[in-house]
Design a protein around this ligand. Structure first.
Ligand SMILES: NC(=O)c1ccc[n+]([C@@H]2O[C@H](COP(=O)([O-])OP(=O)(O)OC[C@H]3O[C@@H](n4cnc5c(N)ncnc54)[C@H](O)[C@@H]3O)[C@@H](O)[C@H]2O)c1
Length: 255
């Protein structure tokens, strides 16, 4: 068991990658806090994980509200006593939010995406770090290949891509600043992964064909591909690794 007795807080764990991370962390011996603004799916996830033997707490949180993020960390510590791992995973994206190429992206869309994706990750780290310093813990943030490379028109949500580039800067700053205190922080940068967030791509043959070209190992990755990388980075097997950006992208960014 790679995460025996660890307490892990995973934001956005009501579905998709976060939920699969919760399952994998429990399998490896962790106790998991599922944090999400989606109360129905968050509670359902917690119930399902408990029924398969997991020790799970669900905490409702909207990362857009600083006081809720502070309370989220306080609830984890009140329940489990300590915090060992933060997986900062929750994010939003898409044109329906007003995001788009810079000249079309609305100011409201920019603010919405930045508030959840980048400010929300900052807040989660801000309130978790004092606890993680006590346990010499670890942070894993979720960026994206779109935070590393641009694309020619097909993935055209520039608030999202900017937020994901910001996640890399945030995480590497944390990694450098807190390393002497034993805190590690690493980024996972997924390619296209089969979740709700990939629905538009899956429904658009032109996009799917393009991604199949970009991801030579397969047109779409599985949530387990990201979760297994998170298990490794969170575990002591990665104890000398900090500040890395690990693409889980089927070869997208190697080309
Ligand atoms: N799926 C992909 O292809 C892909 C690719 C690259 C990066 N990512 C990144 O992986 C992470 C997980 O994405 P996913 O595909 O599982 O998405 P998803 O939409 O399936 O899950 C995201 C979760 O975050 C929650 N969430 C959204 N806004 C929130 C808020 N304000 N407060 C609290 N919770 C909130 C949602 O309720 C949802 O449960 C994200 O950071 C995403 O940017 C995904």
């Amino acid at each position: 068991m790679m995460l025996h007795n660890k307490i892990a807080l995973i934001t956005g764990a009501a579905g998709g990658i976060g939920k699969r991370c919760a399952e994998a962390f429990i399998r490896e011996g962790a106790r998991v806090v599922v944090a999400d603004r989606d109360v129905a799916n968050g509670e359902a996830t917690a119930v399902a994980l408990r029924s398969s033997g997991g020790d799970v707490l669900f905490v409702p949180v909207d990362l857009a509200h600083p006081e809720q993020v502070e309370s989220m960390v306080a609830q984890v510590v009140a329940h489990y006593g300590v915090l060992d791992i933060l997986v900062s995973n929750a994010a939003v994206g898409g044109r329906r939010l007003g995001d788009g190429p810079v000249h079309e992206c609305t100011v409201e869309g920019w603010d919405t995406v930045m508030t959840v994706n980048l400010r929300g990750a900052f807040l989660a780290c801000k309130y978790a770090i004092p606890e993680l310093l006590k346990t010499r813990g670890s942070i894993i943030t979720l960026s994206s290949v779109l935070g590393m490379v641009g694309t020619q028109g097909l993935y055209d949500t520039h608030a999202y891509t900017t937020s994901k580039a910001g996640i890399i800067g945030l995480t590497r700053s944390i990694a450098a600043h807190y390393a002497r205190q034993g805190l590690r922080a690493n980024v996972i940068a997924p390619g296209l992964i089969d979740t709700r967030m990939a629905e538009r791509t899956k429904a658009t043959p032109e996009l799917l064909a393009q991604v199949a070209f970009w991801q030579p190992l397969g047109p779409i990755g599985g949530v387990e591909d990201v979760a297994e990388a998170a298990v490794f980075l969170a575990s002591d097997r990665a104890k000398f690794i900090t500040g890395v950006v690990l693409p889980v992208d089927g070869g997208w960014t190697v080309q």
